[in-house]
Design a binder for this molecule. Structure first.
Ligand code: ZN
Length: 492
C-alpha cells in the first residue's frame, strides 16, 4: 500500500477517523504534501501494523522534496507533521463533547480515551520517548527512579537562523496554542487539543504533556496567562481535581524561581496516573490532631504528609501549614524566610484513595548566598555535572529527569576509566567525579557503575534541597517544627 493510503488506513483502524471520512482525509493529506499518489479506496481487510513514526517518515520525506518542509530539520518536520495529523483530529468542541459524555459515566474512561488519542495522533511522541533511558537506584530512601531525557529534539543552527520574534501565544501553556501552526522557536500545535474543566468554579484546561515523563502525564492550566501563585485557592483547586479525577494525582510547583518549575509565568499544575518513589517513603515521626494524620517522611527533601477523610479540615490544615512556614526562620540551618523578597515556599501534591485524601507538603526555600550562588537549598556545585536545573515537583517525588548530554558523556567517562582515552570535550566539569569514581571502580559492568553513581549524585542534590536534613539534630528540629505548627493551628 502507498504511504498516504497507509496513514489514512491507520487513522481509521486506530479510531482517530470515521471510515466515512476516509476519502476526505486522503485528499487533504494529498493536498498538504502536494503529492501525486493515486487514490486507494479504504479496505478494512488490510491491517496496518507499522508504528506511526514509520508511517509518517515517507510522507515527511516527500514534503521535504516538494519544498513544504524547509530547512530539513527535526523541528521543521515536527511542525509539518502536526498539520498532517490535524487532518485526523476533530475540532476542539467535538473533543470536548466526547470527553464530557464519557466523563458523565466514568472519569477514567474519559481520560483514557483522550490519552489514547493523544498517543495515536503522535501528539505524544511515544517513539521518541522510548529513547529515554530509565533505571532505578537503590538508596536509604528506597529505590529512586532516573530518566535520562533524550526525547526533546535539539535545535539545529538552521532552526535558530529561522527563529522569529513573537509574543503570541504568550507561552507554551496558553490555551491559544490549540491549532497553532508554530514556527522555528514555537512547537507546532495544530493537532493539539485541550479539555475545558472547572476547578473550584474557576476556568482551567486539561491536556497531556507532549513529553510524558510518567504514565498519563497531564498538565492543568489556567484559562488566563497569569503567574504561578500558591494560596488557599491552590488547595481548593487541587482537591476539586482529585474529586473529579480520583485515579490521578495532582501537584503544583512552588511559585518562586529556583525552587519552582520551568514556567512560572502561567498558573498550572501537573498530574497523572502514576505512582512515584515518594509514595513508598516511610515516616520517622507521626502525630494526629483533629482527624488529620501527620507524618514526617524519611526523604531527602523535607516532606510532611497529611492524611484525612475530612477534606475541608485537610485543606484548612494544609493552607495553615503553608502560611506558618512562610514566616518560619531558623538561622542555625540558614533558613531565612524573607529578605527584600519571599524565600520560603511549598510544593503541594494531592491524591485521593477511596475516601482518604493525602496531601504532601514539601518545604522549599530559594535564597542564595555567596557560598551557594545558585541556591542554598538547591543542588550544590559538586552535583552540577549531573544536575544543576531546578528541582521541580516530579523530582521532589523521586523521579530524576537528567539531561541528554549524559549519555554521550558517560561513554567517554567509561573510556577514561578504562584508560582508553584521557580527554574529551567538556571533561573539566567531570574531573573531580572521575577521580572519585576510580576509588571503588569494579572490574566489569563499568557502564552500570557510572549510571548508579550518577543516581547517587542526584540523590545528593535532592538532599541539598532539604530544609531539615536527615540527621538526628535536624530531625528533632523538624519534629519541633511540626508540633509547634499543630499547637499554633489549634489556637486559630
Ligand atoms: Zn501562558
Amino acid at each position: 500500500m502507498k504511504p498516504i493510503a497507509k496513514l489514512v488506513h491507520y487513522a481509521v483502524q486506530q479510531r482517530l477517523l470515521s471510515p466515512l471520512d476516509y476519502d476526505y482525509a486522503f485528499n487533504k493529506v494529498q493536498g498538504l504534501i502536494d503529492s501525486t499518489e493515486p487514490y486507494t479506496p479504504f479496505d478494512k481487510t488490510k491491517p496496518i501494523n507499522d508504528a506511526v513514526d514509520a508511517l509518517l517518515k515517507p510522507l515527511l520525506d516527500q514534503a521535504v522534496l516538494k519544498g513544504k518542509i524547509s530547512p530539513d530539520t527535526t523541528i521543521q518536520r515536527d511542525l509539518f507533521e502536526s498539520r498532517l495529523m490535524d487532518v485526523f483530529t476533530p475540532k476542539p468542541s467535538d473533543i470536548q463533547k466526547r470527553f464530557e459524555s464519557l466523563k458523565a459515566k466514568s472519569a477514567l474512561v474519559a481520560t483514557d480515551d483522550f490519552y489514547q488519542r493523544s498517543r495515536k495522533s503522535n501528539y505524544i511522541k511515544m517513539g521518541r520517548i522510548a529513547k529515554n533511558i530509565d533505571y532505578k537506584v537503590p538508596s536509604k530512601y528506597g529505590d529512586m527512579a532516573i530518566t535520562i531525557n533524550l526525547s526533546k529534539p535539539e535545535k539545529d543552527p538552521k532552526d535558530i537562523a529561522k527563529a522569529v520574534s513573537s509574543d503570541y501565544p504568550k507561552c507554551l501553556l496558553c490555551k491559544e496554542n490549540v491549532g497553532y501552526y508554530g514556527h522555528a522557536n514555537h512547537p507546532g500545535r495544530t493537532h493539539h487539543r485541550v479539555i475545558k474543566v472547572k476547578l473550584n468554579q474557576e476556568p482551567f484546561y486539561f491536556q497531556y504533556s507532549p513529553y510524558v515523563y510518567y504514565n498519563e502525564h497531564a498538565i492543568v492550566l489556567h484559562e488566563a496567562h497569569m503567574p504561578m501563585n500558591i494560596g488557599k485557592h491552590t488547595f481548593l483547586r487541587l482537591f476539586d481535581f482529585v474529586d473529579q479525577f480520583p485515579h490521578y494525582f495532582i501537584g503544583s510547583n512552588a511559585g518562586l524561581p529556583v525552587v519552582g518549575g520551568s514556567i512560572l509565568s502561567h498558573e498550572h499544575y501537573q498530574g497523572g496516573r502514576s505512582t512515584f518513589p515518594i509514595d513508598q517513603a516511610e515516616a520517622f515521626y507521626k502525630s494526629r490532631m483533629n482527624g488529620i494524620n501527620y507524618s514526617l517522611l524519611t526523604w531527602p527533601l523535607s516532606v510532611i504528609k497529611l492524611e484525612s477523610e475530612y477534606k475541608d479540615r485537610l485543606i484548612e490544615a494544609a493552607e495553615a501549614l503553608r502560611t506558618y512556614f512562610e514566616t518560619y526562620r531558623d538561622d542555625a540551618i540558614d533558613l531565612i524566610p524573607k529578605t527584600d523578597q519571599q524565600h520560603n515556599a511549598i510544593t503541594p501534591i494531592v491524591r485521593k484513595s477511596g475516601h482518604l485524601y493525602t496531601c504532601l507538603i514539601t518545604l522549599r526555600n530559594n535564597r542564595t548566598s555567596e557560598a551557594y550562588p545558585d541556591g542554598i537549598f538547591h543542588p550544590h556545585p559538586d552535583k552540577h555535572h549531573i544536575k544543576k536545573e531546578n528541582i521541580g515537583l516530579i523530582e521532589v517525588m523521586g523521579l530524576a529527569i537528567l539531561p541528554g548530554r549524559l549519555v554521550k558523556d558517560f561513554k567517554q567517562i567509561e573510556a577514561v576509566l578504562k584508560g582508553e582515552q584521557t580527554h574529551f570535550e567538556g571533561i573539566e566539569q567531570y574531573q573531580a567525579w572521575i577521580e572519585a569514581l576510580k576509588e571503588n571502580m569494579p572490574q566489569d559492568k563499568l557502564a552500570d557503575y557510572i549510571k548508579q553513581e550518577a543516581g547517587k549524585v542526584f540523590i545528593g542534590g535532592l538532599e541539598d534541597c532539604g530544609i531539615f536534613k536527615q540527621t538526628t539534630t535536624d530531625r528533632k528540629k523538624f519534629i519541633q517544627f511540626l508540633e509547634a505548627f499543630i499547637g499554633w493551628h489549634l489556637k486559630l
